[in-house]
Design a protein around this ligand. Structure first.
Ligand SMILES: *Cc1c(COP(=O)(O)O)cnc(C)c1O
Length: 482
């Protein structure tokens, strides 16, 4: 879609939707934000939502539904078996992906459980562009080994490469040569690679991967949770797709895959998930796990109301004017931060804006969690809640030493259709202030450190009373502003 031009020459993304229902949110004074952060053990996961002004923790399950989705929820057909709602959802997925078979699951990781149990044997290798936390867990629990073979460009924080989510084809061939195709359970591609900043892969890359898979008789599995962003980027950035509709690009992509699974907490803007399958034999292998883990084959643990919302949500995922909203807002945010010299992951991806804490707070050693410290500082400065994606999110090595992460990012997710541009401008403003005052920010240290998933439940404290100084400076600069 063409950017809408403004008489002033300013370039801002214009919303192609209007607000019908609103939720009041609170902005506490800075002193109370500092107190709330202390109470939350300096861990943004432990903040109470009532104390948060803009919740940029995640894009999962918090995307705004449309009026059509809400209306569809009312006509849900609640029967255990033979439900009309299921038929509508299955038909919609068949139409969108062109695959004949569909298995419903309650969310994305449940699809990973079913696929992992069915196809991953001990010692199996699963090449992928990049892992997602729950994907890796389900593969390793079944004895498989994740091999990340993203292009080298993908791991560079700043880049102008349009497809940082591409797989390195030489590395894929190398893995097949080394282990033999028999050892490889399947090849997995993740749309809009979550953990490296919502970066897309290209249609061309997927075509090349398909060719290699065909040569060796390998299955190609697509994690489509973040597909809508990836589709938008393909259309924007890939010359051969400029004149194709989003539906055409989707069918082209799905035609290359054997299995497509997704979290409908993201794709479809509701809550649920699914596995779409091209061949009956592959479908039959997975089918019996659905009643065992999820629910009967016509709902798979989802509420019928959410299923109706997903059906409409899938249609909306094919509408360029709808799916462009997230990436355009993120791109605006990234561009404005770059203009101010604030280090962020580039180019802008889907999902959110990722601030490079390693550079922002280059005086904080990684064992004092610069990205975690930045998350607390931004909350105190603004009431905005982000998520640490760095050393704090890693697990310690068996000898107790820190597993130092190769990136220290503060992720500011931009849930789809939720925030206004003035709210995004507010975040940019407070980040700019924080960057000016970055020398006041120091590190954190654990006071309660769980062995696994410490970033969810762990409690920390500042290594010095730096947060008090930050509040003092805030008052000095902003007077009695919130
Ligand atoms: C969120 C996500 C998942 C897991 O989905 P849930 O619905 O949260 O279980 C899997 N893969 C990717 C790429 C995701 O972003």
């Amino acid at each position: 879609m063409e950017q809408i031009k403004f008489f002033s020459g300013e370039q801002i993304p214009l919303e192609m939707h209007k607000v019908k229902i609103v939720q009041k949110i609170n902005l506490l004074p800075v002193e109370q934000r500092k107190a709330a952060m202390e109470e939350a053990g300096n861990n943004t996961f432990l903040l109470q939502n009532r104390d948060v002004y803009l919740d940029m923790l995640t894009d999962s399950g918090v995307n705004a539904m449309s009026d059509r989705q809400q209306a569809a929820m009312l006509i849900a057909d609640d029967s255990y078996a033979g439900s009309e709602t299921f038929t509508r959802m299955a038909n919609k997925l068949r139409e969108v992906f062109g695959m004949d078979y569909f298995l419903p699951v309650h969310q994305g990781r449940a699809a990973e459980n079913v696929i992992g149990q069915t196809f991953v044997e001990p010692g199996a290798i699963i090449p992928m562009n990049y892992h997602f936390t729950t994907t890796k867990a389900h593969i390793t629990i079944n004895g498989g080994l994740v091999e990340e073979i993203i292009t080298d460009e993908g791991l560079k924080v700043t880049s102008d490469h349009p497809f940082k989510g591409n797989m390195d084809l030489d590395k894929l061939n190398g893995l097949i040569d080394k282990h033999g195709a028999d050892k490889i359970a399947f090849v997995r591609m993740e749309a809009g690679t979550n953990l490296i900043g919502g970066q897309p892969f290209s249609l061309e890359n997927l075509r090349d991967i398909r060719e290699i898979c065909d040569k060796h008789g390998l299955m190609l599995v697509l994690d489509a949770s973040l597909l809508s962003d990836n589709l938008y980027f393909i259309k924007e950035r890939e010359a051969c797709c400029r004149d194709m509709s989003i539906r055409e690009i989707t069918l082209e992509l799905s035609g290359l895959c054997d299995i497509i699974y997704f979290s409908a907490r993201k794709l479809g803007c509701a809550r649920g998930g699914g596995i779409c399958v091209k061949e009956e034999a592959v479908f039959n292998k997975m089918r019996e796990l659905i009643p065992l883990y999820e629910g009967f084959l016509t709902y798979g643990g989802m509420s019928v109301r959410e299923m109706e919302a997903i059906t409409i949500g899938m249609d909306e995922a094919m509408d360029e004017e709808i799916i462009c909203q997230g990436p355009k807002f993120i791109s605006f945010m990234v561009d404005e931060l770059v203009k101010r010299g604030i280090p962020v992951v580039t180019p802008a991806g889907g999902l959110g804006c990722h601030v490079n804490a390693m550079e922002f707070l280059d005086h904080i050693p990684q064992n004092q969690y610069p990205a975690g410290a930045l998350a607390t500082a931004l909350y105190i400065a603004s009431g905005v809640r982000g998520m640490e994606r760095g050393t704090m999110s890693e697990q310690r090595n068996p000898d107790g030493s820190e597993e130092i992460s190769n990136m220290e990012l503060l992720r500011l997710a931009v849930p789809r259709r939720v925030f206004t541009l003035s709210q995004i401008k507010y975040v940019i403003d407070r980040l700019e202030w924080l960057y000016e005052n970055r020398n006041l920010v120091e590190g954190l240290t654990f006071v309660e450190e769980p062995k696994t998933l410490r970033f969810f439940f762990g409690r920390l404290e500042p290594v010095s009373p730096w947060q008090e100084k930050l509040v003092e400076k805030f008052r000095k600069d902003f007077g009695d502003s919130l």
